[in-house]
Design a protein around this ligand. Structure first.
Ligand SMILES: C[S@@+](CC[C@H](N)C(=O)[O-])C[C@H]1O[C@@H](n2cnc3c(N)ncnc32)[C@H](O)[C@@H]1O
Length: 293
């Protein structure tokens, strides 16, 4: 079992969501249930929470955390792109998407997200997904791999890294996080190894995004999610890297132009200095919010 996840920008999210009794809120990315707990407290005594999480381990943690709220909570082990089917005719007063990984996933070496420890090169957030990061690394063509690393990792050394991966996998399949990290370290020229950011960071990010189809899923929910809100209902999205943030910004802008939503955050909201100190993982978080009109 991994460690507990510290939710990011809780006060900021709650200010936008304005949770009220009797209303219905969706937490589409529950993880440990931190934001969900606040939504339920602030919409007591009878606000409802619909919670989605596709990771079995995280969902079981959320289930425990949210037990005290009894039948005010409905939980689903689902990809959030299925939200329109799950809500059926109901509509929501607020939807939260807090993207990316939780500490529950990141700190469990067996899940293969982190190069800090050693574990199987897995990276599936939902264990029902078919392909692991190892499957991709050992089977994709050089062209495909290079395009993933460039596009999702914005990795300038993509060509070199992929060449080294292909050489290595001809000798023996790449199965672990450390095996991949070593290959990346060897292929990025020494003088470009930064002390602050491990040279493997971008490749790991790129593979994780591809394994979990993170950008495709985000695009789908942004394009359909606004319809699930009541008039005046709000959608908050917390993203953790520029590819996600750009997609949120652009989709909100397009929905605003079409007269479907109004943007409430002209610039993204970021964590306070105090929060960044207390929770260094919050550093790259950006919050955007829009309201249905
Ligand atoms: C940053 S954590 C959320 C933390 C949470 N807000 C809290 O308060 O603890 C992101 C979670 O979203 C889940 N997730 C990511 N993409 C998802 C998707 N497409 N469908 C369902 N859950 C998803 C991940 O498994 C992870 O547990």
């Amino acid at each position: 079992m991994g460690s507990r996840h510290i939710p990011v920008m809780v006060e900021e999210v709650m200010t936008f969501l304005r949770c009220e009794p009797g209303h219905t809120y969706v937490d589409a990315t529950l993880a440990g249930g931190g934001h969900a707990t606040e939504m339920l407290k602030r919409s007591a005594p009878n606000g409802m929470l619909i919670g989605l999480e596709w990771d079995e381990e995280a969902l079981s943690e959320a289930r425990k955390t949210l037990t005290p709220f009894g039948d005010r909570v409905k939980l689903f082990r689902e990809n959030f792109i299925r939200l329109p089917d799950l809500l059926k005719a109901e509509s929501a007063d607020g939807i939260l998407l807090d993207l990316g990984l939780s500490s529950i996933q990141l700190e469990n070496e067996e899940r293969g997200f982190s190069f800090k420890g050693d574990g199987p090169l897995d990276m599936r957030m939902d264990q029902r997904v078919r392909e692991t990061a190892a499957d991709l690394v050992n089977t994709l063509s050089s062209e495909e791999m290079e395009s993933i690393l460039s596009q999702y990792g914005e990795e300038r050394w993509a060509k070199r890294i992929v060449r080294a991966i292909v050489q290595e996998r001809e000798r023996e399949p790449i199965r672990t996080t450390q095996a991949l990290r070593k290959i990346i370290h060897r292929s990025v020229p020494r003088r470009f190894h930064s002390r602050r950011i491990d040279p493997a960071t971008r490749t790991f990010q790129a593979l994780r995004i591809r394994v979990n189809e993170e950008l495709e899923n985000l695009k789908k929910i942004l394009e359909t999610g606004w319809e699930l809100l009541r008039k005046g209902g709000r959608m908050c999205v917390i993203s953790f890297h520029s590819l996600e943030d750009r997609m949120v910004k652009e989709t909100f802008r397009s929905l605003e132009k079409q007269g479907k939503m109004v943007i409430l955050t002209k610039k993204p909201v970021t964590p306070s200095e105090e929060e960044e100190k207390r929770n260094p993982r919050s550093r790259s978080a950006k919050l955007r919010c829009a309201e249905r009109i």
